[in-house]
Write a protein that binds this ligand. Structure first.
Ligand code: NAI
Length: 335
């Protein structure tokens, strides 16, 4: 029976990388019925909202979605569709692996970290208000329950994937109450996992340590904003945003998307690197029990990127999105 998957192409480079990903997943022989749905600012005139109810309803029905990036206007305008999807579906865990692929030119050869970002609380709660003209207050929500479930998620994942260490990243030296709570919960939960090394680290020092020597980290767990920033940093260690996949996981639903945004500077030009969404697609295949197809695609991606003539501009190459996809499809046939 076909897997029913909601596909949200998004905007900017979204439709280009979504099309590329769909071609690769279909070519791997996985029987997928794609249910395409809209989201983003371009659809407000038709639906009256950037996140139509029918799009959310489709994810609720299929329980799994593959999503391209969606632009969020800066300063004013509608709020983030991405944040709204994560909150509406309670996709509390954002899984962001950063692994160097052989053949891709990077500063470090053996990066292999996973950032687990809390996806529903922190400063992304969207609770901001004007106190008096000139003074704005934003609320950063950290709850014991939210901390418990994300930290447990990180330890469970570490155990499943035979990982050695979990680092809880925080700013509890300054944010004594909120990050103090997060850290206390992390220390408590760590005691249930004596087989996994546990450390805690202050977020600013973690940024420096990641840049100096990322191999000292394994699984890192943190609240929303820290995870947003450090996962972009981590993507820079493995070749850039074009290489970084992610998964948003909750109890009932999962939405797979690249770490990157809509890249308006290169949108519509056929220049985007679709690897990040393709690898998000392979995370999705693992999730739906199609691990063999996922591994074939991962191998074909490695082989394709090992040849410099297949690399897109972000990796220092000259290939266009579809040149890369063509080479990848050929390698997939031979894998
Ligand atoms: P961005 O990730 O879109 O772009 C940053 C830089 O990386 C740009 O130079 C871009 O060309 C490059 N880049 C990103 N993805 C690439 C790819 N696949 N191939 C080659 N180069 C790539 O970040 P930016 O410019 O800060 O955000 C643009 C818009 O995207 C904003 O409206 C932001 O809110 C939204 N955004 C959406 C996300 C989502 O839908 N999950 C995540 C992050 C940002």
């Amino acid at each position: 029976m076909a897997h029913r998957i909601t596909l949200i192409p998004g905007d900017g480079i979204g439709p280009e990388v979504a099309q590329a990903t769909k071609m690769v997943l279909d070519a791997a022989g996985v029987d997928i019925e794609w249910i395409e749905k809209k989201a983003g600012g371009d659809h407000i005139h038709k639906f009256g909202t950037p996140l139509p109810e029918e799009t959310l309803a489709s994810i609720r029905e299929t329980t799994v979605a593959l999503k391209g990036p969606i632009t969020t206007p800066v300063g004013s305008g509608f709020g983030s569709v991405n944040v709204k999807i994560r909150k509406e579906l309670d996709l509390y865990a954002n899984y962001r692996p950063a692994k160097t692929l052989p053949g891709v030119p990077t500063r470090y050869k053996n990066v292999d970290t996973i950032i687990i970002r809390e996806n529903t609380e922190g400063l992304y709660s969207g609770l901001e208000h004007l106190v008096i003209p000139g003074v704005v207050e934003s609320q950063r929500i950290i709850t014991e329950e939210g901390s418990k479930r994300i930290i447990r998620f990180a330890f469970e994942l570490a155990r499943q994937q035979n990982r050695k260490k979990v680092t809880a990243v925080h700013k509890a030296n300054i944010l004594k109450l909120s990050d103090g709570l997060f850290l206390e919960v992390a220390r408590r939960i760590a005691r249930d996992y004596p087989d996994i090394e546990f450390e805690d680290a202050i977020v600013d020092a973690t940024a420096m340590r990641l840049v100096m020597d990322p191999t000292q980290f394994d699984v890192l767990v943190m609240e929303n904003l820290f995870g947003d920033i450090l996962s972009d940093l981590s993507s820079g260690l493995i070749g850039g945003l074009g290489m970084a996949p992610s998964a948003n996981i909750g109890e009932s639903y999962a939405v797979f998307e690249a770490v990157h945004g809509s890249a308006p500077d290169i949108a519509g030009k056929g220049l985007a690197n679709p690897t990040a969404l393709i690898l998000s697609g392979t995370l999705m295949l693992h999730h739906i029990g199609e691990g063999n197809a996922a591994k074939r695609i991962e191998k074909a991606v490695e082989k394709t990127l090992a040849d410099p003539s297949n690399r897109t501009g972000d990796l220092g190459g000259k290939a266009k999105t579809m040149d890369y996809v063509k080479a990848l499809l050929k390698n997939l046939e031979e894998t």
